[in-house]
Design a protein around this ligand. Structure first.
Ligand code: ZN
Length: 250
C-alpha cells in the first residue's frame, strides 16, 4: 500500500533516541511521505534538519498560534523571512491558524489573527498549500481563509457539523488523525467528508490509536482500516485514493 502521514512532529523530544527505528517502521508498512510540521522558529529549523536526513520526511514550516502569542512582532517577521528563504525546500506552510482554547484574551486573538493573515499571504505568494490548526476558533478561521486563494488542509478538525459542511463547500481538505479509531467525532467527520478530500495523519507524538501511547507514522495503517470501513471500500482502495489526494495537493 502507498500510505501518507500528512502531519507529524518527529522533531519532538520523545523521538530523540529512536527516530531511526520510527522512520524504518513507517517505511516497513508502506508510508511514502511523512510531512513534518514546524510550529516555531526552533522546530522549523529542526524540521529542515530532519528532512535533510530522511528522504521520506518532507518539511512544512509555520508558526503555531500558541507560539505566535509568545513571539514579538519582530520575531514573527523574522520567521516569515526564514520560511520564504527556504521556499524551495518546503512542501507547505503549516502548521498555522488560531487557538482560542488555550488563549482567551482578545489581545491574544488579535495577535494570532495578524500573524495568521501574514502567513496566509506568504503561502499565496509562494503558491504553497496550508495546514490549518483551529481550536475553539473555527468561525474566525474559516472567515479569514475565505479571503485567500489557497489549497487548504484542515488538520485534526474539531468543528461542528455546520462548520464541517461550510469547509466542504469551500473545497477544503481534511487531514484526519489516527485517533479516529477511538474518536466518534473523527468517525463522524470521515462520514461527511468526500473521499476525494481526505488525507491521513498522525499528529504524532499526539492523537494515537491508544490514548496514553506515543503515536508514530506507522500507525497510519489503523486509520486506513477504520476509514475503509466507514467508506465501505477496501483498505487498498482507500489508501490509493488518499495517495491520489496527496498528489493532487502537492
Ligand atoms: Zn500538529
Amino acid at each position: 500500500m502507498l500510505l501518507i502521514d500528512a502531519h507529524a512532529h518527529l522533531n519532538d523530544k520523545s523521538f530523540q533516541t529512536d527516530i531511526d527505528v520510527v522512520v524504518k517502521n513507517a517505511d516497513d508498512v508502506g508510508i511514502k511521505v511523512i510531512i513534518n510540521a514546524g510550529t516555531s522558529p526552533q522546530t522549523n529549523k529542526e524540521t529542515l534538519i530532519l528532512a535533510k536526513k530522511y528522504n521520506i520526511i518532507k518539511p512544512a514550516l509555520g508558526l503555531h498560534p500558541t507560539d505566535c502569542v509568545k513571539l514579538t512582532i519582530e520575531q514573527i517577521t523574522k520567521e516569515l523571512k526564514f520560511i520564504e528563504k527556504n521556499k524551495q525546500k518546503i512542501i507547505a506552510i503549516g502548521e498555522i491558524g488560531l487557538d482560542y482554547h488555550w488563549h482567551k484574551q482578545t489581545k491574544e486573538h488579535e495577535k494570532q489573527k495578524k500573524a495568521f493573515n501574514e502567513l496566509l499571504k506568504l503561502a499565496e505568494k509562494l503558491n504553497k498549500p496550508v495546514f490549518i490548526h483551529t481550536r475553539s476558533a473555527v468561525d474566525d478561521s474559516l472567515e479569514i481563509l475565505k479571503k485567500y486563494k489557497l489549497k487548504v488542509i484542515l488538520h485534526s478538525f474539531g468543528g461542528a457539523k455546520k462548520q464541517i459542511h461550510e469547509a466542504i463547500k469551500q473545497g477544503y481538505y481534511f487531514s484526519i488523525p489516527t485517533s479516529i479509531v477511538r474518536s466518534t467525532h473523527f468517525q463522524e467527520l470521515a462520514k461527511l467528508v468526500p473521499l476525494s478530500k481526505i488525507l491521513t495523519e498522525t499528529d504524532c507524538p499526539y492523537l494515537g490509536p491508544k490514548k496514553q501511547e506515543r503515536n508514530e507514522p506507522s500507525n497510519i495503517i489503523y486509520s486506513i482500516k477504520t476509514l475503509a470501513e466507514i467508506k465501505g471500500i477496501t483498505e487498498k482502495e482507500l489508501a490509493n485514493q488518499v495517495f491520489l489526494n496527496y498528489q493532487n495537493l502537492f
